[in-house]
Design a protein around this ligand. Structure first.
Ligand code: AHM
Ligand code: MG
Length: 334
């Protein structure tokens, strides 16, 4: 395509415009290089022997798949010695990852969920990599967990790559959310969805309904009304989706609208929620808000939460603005 813009050109333009510095451009190019590698490994699947369990557990007591471990290693290796980051934090690592002593330190912190939705790997359903970039505190060369505990509003950049029929990147640098599709022939992400806009209204909701008996009253009220559709208090009938892969759900919502919920329930109360603030909720919230959507716990904007732990979990309700606001209103009404 004569007029196509690759991610490298896009980021170079942002650099020329003074919105991105050389280190951030380098960090993103390295990170996307890792995502291309993960995309290739996933596409080979059983041929490369990457399916199945790793035989280990991560810090949160979850069984790791082989691809969880491989993706984590690929992300770390791509950024370990670049000089663009001073530390990394991964959903798969117990504490902040310390760079090798002789590696150069950079001004950014990289946080990631190397392979989100990994229960879907073996069944050939979309999974993805989510990342979030923060500024490293000045003078800190070996950042500790506490140095990563910055509000979502402090993110310099957030993005995710969904490995589906095609491999697609959605990224925000704080000025809109943009989609790029990987052209496998040339190994470049090409801008295909500039300035994504999530419709304010929707007829589609996504929630794991097997948890319904544990839900709080406001969530139950909202979903009951969706299910009743025109026969109830709503003026439309709703459709339901649940992929069990947040990257796939958020990508669908960015494409055609919808609401995604992993709310607090009585089963999750002690943990605070299912999804992780630093690796899932914050980056996805920034992307969704930058595309005109909304993201909330039901009791407050996710991006305004002060993190208290690297692996903190939070309730997540995000997507089409009018529906998210309705759920938040139901929470306020009790
Ligand atoms: P993961 O990071 O271990 O893959 O967990 C996060 C995933 C999300 O992608 C998805 O929305 C959710 O967990 C699915 O949960 P459930 O298995 O309860 O449907
Ligand atoms: Mg995840």
């Amino acid at each position: 395509m004569a007029n196509s813009i690759s991610f490298k050109q896009y980021i170079a333009n942002e650099q020329r415009a003074g919105r991105v510095d050389a280190d951030l451009a380098g960090l993103l190019n390295d990170t996307l290089g890792a995502c291309k590698q993960i995309s290739y490994d996933l596409s080979q699947g059983a041929l490369m022997g990457v399916l199945g369990m790793a035989g280990s557990e991560n810090v949160q007591g979850e069984d790791q798949k082989k691809m969880d471990v491989i993706s984590n290693d690929v992300m770390i290796a791509a950024n370990n010695r670049s000089g663009f980051v001073s530390g990394m934090a991964s959903e798969e690592e117990e504490t902040a990852y310390t760079l090798p002593a002789d590696a150069p330190r950079g001004k950014y912190l990289l946080l990631f969920d190397p392979l989100d939705g990994s229960s879907n790997i073996d069944v050939n359903i979309s999974v993805g990599t989510i990342f979030s970039i923060l500024r490293a505190p000045k003078g800190v060369t070996n950042p500790a967990d506490k140095d990563f505990l910055q509000k979502g509003t402090e993110q310099v950049c957030a993005g995710f790559v969904v490995y589906g029929q095609s491999t697609v990147l959605v990224i925000t640098l704080g000025k809109g959310s943009h989609g790029f599709t990987l052209d496998r022939n040339i190994g470049e992400f090409i801008l295909t969805q500039p300035n994504i806009q999530i419709p304010a209204d929707t007829k589609e909701f996504a929630i794991n309904a097997s948890n319904s008996r544990f839900w709080e009253a406001p969530v139950k009220r909202y979903i009951d009304e969706c299910l009743a559709g025109k026969s109830g208090t709503r003026d439309k009938d709703f459709n339901m989706r649940w992929v069990a892969s947040m990257v796939a759900e958020v990508y669908r919502i960015l494409t055609r609208g919808g609401i995604f919920m992993y709310p607090l329930d009585s089963k999750l109360k002690d943990k605070g929620g299912k999804l992780r603030l630093m690796y899932e909720a914050n980056p996805m919230s920034l992307i969704v808000e930058q595309a005109g959507g909304a993201s909330n716990t039901g009791r407050g904007r996710i991006l305004d939460l002060q993190p208290t732990g690297l692996h903190q979990r939070v309730p997540v309700i995000l997507g089409s603005r009018n529906e998210v606001e309705r759920v938040v209103r139901y929470h306020a009404e009790g």
